[in-house]
Design a protein. Structure first.
Length: 477
């Protein structure tokens, strides 16, 4: 019992069921309203026409009453037959006593079977158990000789009631047939209109149980809302797939990078186990190598943590930052490793941006440290800071006189773990994560980073950050 009930409840909660029921109820309401309007309109016209006919009969009898020695019975009979066979007339005196009658008046209206309908808006309606409804009306008459009385006219409504009964039956049949056919049409139209949504739902259900991240939901041509929904959903899936692939590549690269120092450490440990006790030279070399590898591993883990933090924009503390002070802090921090390398500064001290001062300092550290690694002793590093009013942004750049970057490598230097010269990077302690971290931080600050480099001359890294209240747009070049 519970299972069928659950299926029914589940079915009633579907858009298909709700749309169909709503449309059917709307169609039923409209049909009833149209039927009522037709019945009321036709009834009003028929009753008005009957009232008009009664008025015509009364007017003709009043005209006859103006004649001398009027023969009321002859006037009544000649007027009613054969044109007004369903009409009945009674002429009474001033005391209400009946003087002249048309055929059937006494049998119809002066019996216990006839009574007035006691409704204010139906006072002219009389009901006879045997002969049905009548519409009655009275008007006073006066003759030249001073006699007066009342003319009573009643019209039988059986023809009208019979016609209205047939009309109601026809309308009921037409409404039932129309609702049945309309319900079927509405059901199929609703099913056709909702089919794209059902296909999207089924596709999502299949994707839930699949490990294939390349599956996408179908994009219907119409309606526009579902087209936009499926397009946005597929865009989200593309981003999720890209993020997953990046994380997958990140884990693989991190594992590979950690594997190298760990392998080296284990190799030197084995060497120490075999020769360390008896060979001081081997002991010293192994300890030095293990220290270098341990330091490299420490740096790698530290940068992995920094990268994880930089990809989370929620943790950014935004405040107004003077960029010059950030640069000064970075130079002070890196001063021990300058090694006779000159730094030339061309800095606008008034430049301010909105951002996290710690993360912005990390960007300047990365770019300066990167420049120091590839600049020979005695050469110069140039730091530039200014405002670009046409772009509504602050421009910070670091230029070195290093080996330069091949043109084909420029598009990949911001990838995680990517290094142009792996042997040199290993020698200088590079992990291939610095520029990736810098780019993540700059992106989270609604800016962008560019590189301009020439082999044998050097490289220039430029960071563009929006000024307070502004935005940045990357060049499409």
């Amino acid at each position: 019992m519970k299972q069928p009930l659950r299926k029914y409840v589940k079915r009633t909660n579907t858009l298909m069921y709700r749309f169909t029921i709503w449309y059917v109820l709307s169609l039923l309401f409209v049909t009833i309203m149209i039927g009522l309007i037709i019945i009321v309109t036709v009834s009003y016209l028929l009753f008005n026409n009957t009232r008009h006919e009664i008025k015509v009969i009364q007017d003709k009898l009043l005209l006859a009453s103006k004649e001398k020695n009027v023969d009321w019975q002859e006037a009544i009979d000649s007027l009613l037959y054969p044109n007004y066979g369903n009409y009945y007339v009674k002429v009474s005196n001033a005391n209400g006593k009946g003087l002249y009658y048309s055929h059937g008046w006494k049998r119809t209206f002066e019996s216990n079977h006839t009574e007035a309908v006691q409704k204010n808006w139906l006072k002219q309606i009389l009901w006879n158990k045997d002969r049905g409804l009548f519409l009655a009306s009275s008007t006073p008459w006066t003759q030249k000789n001073g006699e007066m009385g009342t003319i009573h006219v009643a019209a039988q409504l059986n023809n009208i009631t019979d016609f209205l009964t047939v009309l109601i039956k026809i309308l009921l049949f037409a409404a039932a047939f129309g609702i049945f056919m309309g319900s079927l049409l509405i059901y199929f139209l609703t099913k056709r209109n909702i089919r794209p949504l059902i296909e999207i739902t089924n596709s999502v259900s299949l994707m839930r149980d699949s490990s294939d991240l390349k599956k996408r939901v179908p994009v219907p041509k119409e309606p526009t809302e579902l087209t936009e929904l499926s397009t946005v959903f597929n865009t989200l899936l593309d981003k999720l797939e890209d993020q997953f692939e990046r994380e997958k590549s990140f884990v693989a690269n991190a594992s590979h990078e950690l594997k190298t120092p760990i392998t080296a450490l284990r190799g030197h440990l084995n060497l120490l186990k075999r020769w360390g006790k008896h060979n001081p030279k081997v002991l010293k070399q192994s300890l030095q190598a293990m220290d270098i590898e341990g330091e490299h591993m420490q740096r790698l883990v530290h940068q992995l943590l920094k990268l994880a933090q930089s990809t989370n924009p929620i943790g950014i503390t935004r405040q107004q930052v003077r960029v010059e002070s950030v640069i000064a802090d970075s130079i002070k921090q890196l001063k021990p490793i300058l090694n006779n390398k000159k730094i030339i500064m061309n800095v606008n001290s008034s430049v301010e941006v909105i951002g996290d001062p710690n993360q912005l300092r990390q960007v300047t550290n990365i770019l300066l440290e990167n420049a120091l690694k590839y600049t020979n002793e005695g050469d110069t590093i140039e730091i530039y800071l200014s405002e670009s009013r046409d772009k509504d942004c602050a421009v910070f750049s670091v230029s070195d006189t290093g080996i330069g970057i091949p043109t084909g490598e420029k598009s990949r230097i911001f990838e995680r773990f990517y290094r142009i010269d792996k042997a040199r990077s290993r020698k200088t302690g590079g992990t291939g994560l610095g520029l990736a971290i810098a780019k993540e931080i700059v992106d989270n600050h609604n800016g962008y980073i560019e590189v301009d480099s020439t082999i044998g001359i050097g490289s220039k890294f430029s960071v563009f950050l929006p000024l307070p209240g502004g935005t940045t747009e990357k060049n499409s070049e």
